[in-house]
Design a protein around this ligand. Structure first.
Ligand code: 8YV
Length: 320
């Protein structure tokens, strides 16, 4: 029987590409350039399956234009906000994601963002690199200590839970808001807040871990940022769409926020040039899951979903 034809939209790790080639007739994107919408539609029209990243947008118009051959979108990401799930369902296209395998890596980046923001990591690094480190005194580069402070998690899913565990290592008191309260063995004595506003009022550090759904768009805005304790720190390793960046910049400028640590932005790639010019932000280019181990695991997990689908079984990580 002919192997299913699979489009892999971006350059993946060699072990993942090798396994894919063994089981599928793979169309690779050798140059790793981002597809234009037109090219994505064209490339998907000629395959049975696509393994995309969050860099490819499958909105309703794209899904409709692709037509009948494509049967499955096996995402190489836990987030699925780049895919219109209702449109995929309507078109009879199965959609999967890669949960669990990137929780540790993303939690590491969240802690890096927290510490980078709290201890002025970007500012210090720039000072030494630029050769402008000409003085030292006990009042030089004084930051905020996070040990013993309150760590607020918005979205206590898999990544939120691992990040909370890491923050416990700093003696932080864990608070969270989630649609549902967690059972005791997952809550681990974290304090549940049934409302977002309740969580914000106690979050010395607020770390975002919820998906970018229509309801969560700009969930951190002028009103909600004002509810945080004075000199709080905001960390975002989830999606840029969760924060109104104009309101964030105002809160950072006014001193309401001490600092922010951001791995994700409203505009990607690129980020936000105003934020980039501010000293009290620590910025990374959306690399939460970018470790060798995790990239392999994400690729394998996406292939596991494809294998199940083409074997006539239910893929483990079906989201639509
Ligand atoms: C990935 C992510 O880097 O999984 C997600 O939702 O945002 C990141 O971990 C990216 O999507 C890789 O395709």
């Amino acid at each position: 029987m002919a192997k299913p034809r699979l489009l892999i939209t971006r350059k993946l790790r060699t072990v993942v590409e090798k396994r894919a080639s063994h089981d599928y007739d793979v169309v690779f994107n050798v140059d790793d350039d981002v597809f234009s919408e037109e090219d994505l539609i064209l490339a998907c029209q000629g395959v049975d399956a696509v393994l995309p990243c969050h860099s490819e947008r499958f909105d309703a118009a794209v899904i409709r234009a692709i037509g009948p051959r494509l049967k499955i979108i096996a995402n190489h990401s836990v987030g699925t906000d780049h895919v219109d799930l209702d449109a995929a369902k309507a078109a009879g296209i199965v959609v999967t994601n890669t949960p669990d395998v990137l929780s540790d890596a993303t939690a590491e980046i969240a802690i890096l963002c927290m510490l980078g923001a709290a201890r002025r990591g970007a500012e210090g690094d720039a000072l030494v690199r630029s050769g402008q480190w000409t003085t030292w005194s006990p009042s030089f580069m004084v930051g905020r200590q996070v040990t013993g402070r309150r760590f607020g998690v918005l979205g206590m899913g898999r990544v939120g839970q691992v990040t909370a565990d890491r923050a416990r290592g700093f003696g932080m008191e864990i608070h969270y808001h989630n649609r549902r309260r967690l059972p005791d063995h997952l809550e681990k004595r974290a304090v549940y807040h049934p409302t977002l506003d309740g969580l914000l009022a106690v979050s010395d550090v607020l770390s975002l871990h919820c998906p970018a759904t229509a309801e969560n768009m700009n969930v951190m805005n002028a009103r909600t940022l004002a509810l945080l304790p004075d000199r709080a720190i905001v960390v975002n390793t989830a999606r840029g769409a969760l924060i109104d960046e104009i309101a964030l910049i105002a809160a950072l400028r006014s001193g309401k926020l001490f600092a922010a640590g951001l791995d994700v932005f409203q505009t990607e790639p690129g980020g936000n040039s105003t934020l980039a010019g501010m000293s009290n932000v620590f910025l990374l280019p959306h690399i939460g899951s970018a470790t060798e181990d995790t990239r392999d695991a994400m690729g394998f997990r996406a292939l596991d979903n494809l294998d199940a689908f083409f074997a006539g079984q239910a893929p483990g990580d079906r989201v639509a």
